[in-house]
Ligand binder design. Structure first.
Ligand SMILES: *Cc1c(COP(=O)(O)O)cnc(C)c1O
Length: 403
């Protein structure tokens, strides 16, 4: 149970809240009234030492949890040598990371960005450049209802949820949504003017909904029939989250383009767009660029993250731990529709609102995400321990029984 906050933390929190309200654009609204001082493993700790089990992992970013030694050391070492040099020069950690990531995703080439949205933006540019240079008119990109691809204008237009793009009209043209997991709707909308289908293997933002294997097979078939490219947005599903390094590998497919971000830097901002040789060749000298993208610091961090993946077997760990978590959730009376793959899990609550469950969990020192009225989502660090999963399940069980 979280202790009543003493005056110091209360005062600091109120001060920060007032500054946020006064000076920060109101995009995040009333934030959860928590202010963390530091983290250790799967736990976030406030200024008074209250500990919170982080089952949301910075929304799939803190794949190694908090305060990972190897990651911290790599960042400090690189920071003490050089933080940034421009992409006018060769960058050792960038080249080494490029090799590792291409090998781990079965892709041929990579470009580094600073965020997920920018990685998707690059993927969209790559598709447009690819067909424009071949002299083919393929202006349409199909994305799924309920999808989330980012907050830039193009990626917001690609996002299949009107609340993310309607306020920003006029939107970049060419994006159309298809019904989620609906083969007939996709069939109707396919054509030789479709440059790409862009999908998440498991939709995250809308409440954790995996694509059906049948649907994925149909997507591959349509892409072949119509000569369209397949972009898989693995910004949330990638980095071992679904028990394989990419969710595409879990489904047994090789897309033309994969995007990564979130967990890649273990907390530092780095994204990546990866593609086959054929598609990558559409980017020629000067076609794309970035000031910060792939700088020495973030690439050194990402390399340390990948070393830890190997040392700790995090991909297969995510699969096993995800199964344990899923099985545990399925035994709870007030919980239904447990879904997801690996450590990307969602479920619906029946006894009260998702927000009620979330707040009760918070008062017991556990952080989760909620989506809409009835869904909870979990994206814990891949380093989460079995005892922490048990702790989460027993606290949730007690809350579920109380409600
Ligand atoms: C988070 C996310 C993005 C956007 O990434 P940012 O780093 O916030 O720009 C895009 N696609 C998916 C699937 C995501 O989960």
């Amino acid at each position: 149970m979280i202790q009543n906050r003493g005056n110091d933390l209360e005062t600091l929190l109120n001060e920060i809240k007032a500054l946020d309200q006064r000076y920060f654009m109101n995009t995040f609204g009333n934030r959860t009234p928590l202010l963390f001082d530091h983290g250790e493993g799967s736990w976030l700790i406030d200024h008074e030492g209250n500990r919170y089990l982080d089952m949301l992992g910075g929304i799939a970013v803190n794949v190694l949890g908090h305060g990972n030694k190897a990651l911290t050391t790599a960042i400090i070492e690189q920071a003490s040598k050089v933080l940034h040099v421009s992409n006018l020069y060769y960058i050792e950690s960038q080249s080494r990371l490029a090799e590792r990531l291409c090998q781990m995703t079965d892709m041929d080439k990579v470009f580094f960005s600073n965020s997920g949205a920018e990685a998707n933006e690059a993927a969209i540019k790559l598709v447009r450049a690819y067909f424009n240079k071949r002299g083919e008119s393929r202006p349409r990109i199909l994305t799924a209802e309920g999808s989330f691809h980012g907050r830039t204008l193009a990626t917001a237009a690609a996002t299949g949820q009107p609340k993310y793009n309607l306020p920003f009209r006029p939107l970049p043209p060419g994006f159309e949504t298809v019904k989620f997991n609906d083969i007939d709707d996709l069939k109707m909308k396919m054509g030789t003017d479709v440059g790409a289908i862009m999908l998440e293997m498991v939709q995250g933002e809308s409440g954790v909904y995996p694509l059906a294997p049948d649907y994925v097979r149909a997507v591959i078939e349509f892409c072949q029939t119509y000569g369209s490219l397949l972009i898989i947005d693995e910004i949330q599903t990638g980095m071992g989250r679904c028990g394989s390094f990419t969710a595409s590998a879990h489904y047994g497919i090789r897309p033309d383009i994969i995007t990564l971000a979130k967990g890649l830097g273990g907390g530092l901002p780095i994204g990546a767009v990866l593609a086959t040789n054929q598609v990558s060749s559409a980017f020629e000298v000067g076609d794309h660029g970035s000031t910060f993208g792939g700088n020495p610091l973030v690439c050194a961090a990402a390399l340390a993250v990948l070393d830890e993946y190997q040392r700790l077997n995090l991909c297969s760990g995510a699969k096993i731990k995800g199964q344990d978590l899923m099985e545990g959730l399925r035994t709870l009376a007030g919980i239904t529709a447990v879904r997801g793959i690996g450590l990307m899990l969602g479920f619906d609550v029946t006894k009260s609102s998702a927000i009620q469950y979330k707040e009760r969990l918070r008062s017991q020192g556990i952080l989760v995400g909620s989506v809409g009225e009835k869904s909870i989502r979990l994206l814990p660090p891949l380093t989460i321990e079995d005892a922490e999963i048990s702790h989460f399940l027993s606290v949730l069980k007690a809350i579920d029984q109380e409600l």
